[in-house]
Design a protein around this ligand. Structure first.
Ligand code: CAA
Length: 255
């Protein structure tokens, strides 16, 4: 299977890219499977947090160049690739990317579909598409610019040169950098902690942040106010606050 899934802890689904011979290049088979996995997990109440990872050597080398080298524009259009990115972009559950090795092109864009990125010290992030005569097509011209600003994003996209994990951290492209052999453990530790949080609050935070990024400050703040108020209709809000007052651990059920 080019994408493997495994429930590794209560509420935590691990999604692993598995095309080692092609450095996890995103061919249509892998993209289709990844989209199917994300569509399914969106509706699965047992999944509270997702970790996406590659192998210890490579996260993903981007779109499969061999699969598109001889393609024409109409054929590329016919792939309707956005339909395969959409389940990841619209995922209502929190997603953590655990990145070892290179995350290039579509691989970097895949990482940027996550809400949190944990990178190993040896990781490299880059948008090298320009070197093969194309441009980013999985969202980097928008998401990378929003994450790191115009000038750093432009340098990455126009030169195609990757940045180190340390540089990515300083630019705001990753959340945390850890030793290479602890990346997955750290991502899973975080995922377990998030999976134990009240799911409705987690979902509202994610939805409000991304909706706000695309709108005005006033609109975003209004949305936040409404989402904040709606959470007071949840049993988890009562449980969380009562547990705090009663000095015990809360149990959240997503209600
Ligand atoms: N597509 C297809 N095959 C790829 C690939 C890719 N993106 N990246 C690596 N491979 C294949 C190689 O062709 C090679 O196959 P063979 O064994 O059949 O020759 C195999 O994976 C191993 O590759 P390397 O020998 O190059 O391995 P390496 O460890 O020395 O280097 C690498 C790894 C740095 C990732 C290097 O392979 C590389 O630079 N790959 C291309 C990266 C790239 O340009 N990505 C952008 C793609 S375009 C894109 O992503 C567009 C978009 O967003 C929509």
């Amino acid at each position: 299977m080019v994408v493997q899934t495994e429930t590794v802890a209560d509420g935590v689904l691990l999604v692993r890219l598995n095309r080692p011979d092609a450095r996890n290049a995103l061919n249509m088979e892998l993209r289709t499977r990844l989209a199917e996995v994300f569509l399914a997990l969106a509706d699965d109440p047992a999944v509270r947090c997702v970790v996406v990872t590659g192998s210890p050597k490579v996260f993903a080398a981007g779109a499969d160049i061999k699969e598109m080298a001889e393609s024409g524009a109409i054929e590329m259009m016919g792939r309707r690739i956005l339909r395969l990115w959409k389940p990841l972009a619209d995922c209502p559950k929190p997603v953590i990317a655990a990145v070892n090795g290179v995350a290039l092109g579509g691989g970097c864009e895949l990482a940027m579909h996550a809400d949190i990125i944990v990178a190993g010290e040896g990781a490299r992030f880059g948008q090298p598409e320009v070197k093969v005569g194309i441009m980013p097509g999985g969202g980097a011209t928008q998401r990378l610019v929003r994450a790191v600003g115009v000038y750093r994003a432009m340098r990455m996209m126009l030169t195609g040169e990757p940045v180190t994990a340390a540089e990515a951290l300083s630019m705001g492209l990753v959340s945390e950098v850890v030793a290479d052999d602890t990346v997955l453990d750290r991502a899973l530790e975080m995922a377990r902690a998030i999976a134990a949080m009240p799911p409705l609050a987690v979902q509202q935070i994610k939805e409000t942040v991304y909706a706000g990024l695309d709108g005005s400050l006033a609109g975003g703040l209004l949305l936040e106010r409404k989402a904040f108020e709606i959470l007071f209709a949840s049993a988890d809000q009562k449980e969380g606050m009562r547990a705090f007052i009663e000095k015990r651990s809360p149990t959240f059920e997503g209600k």
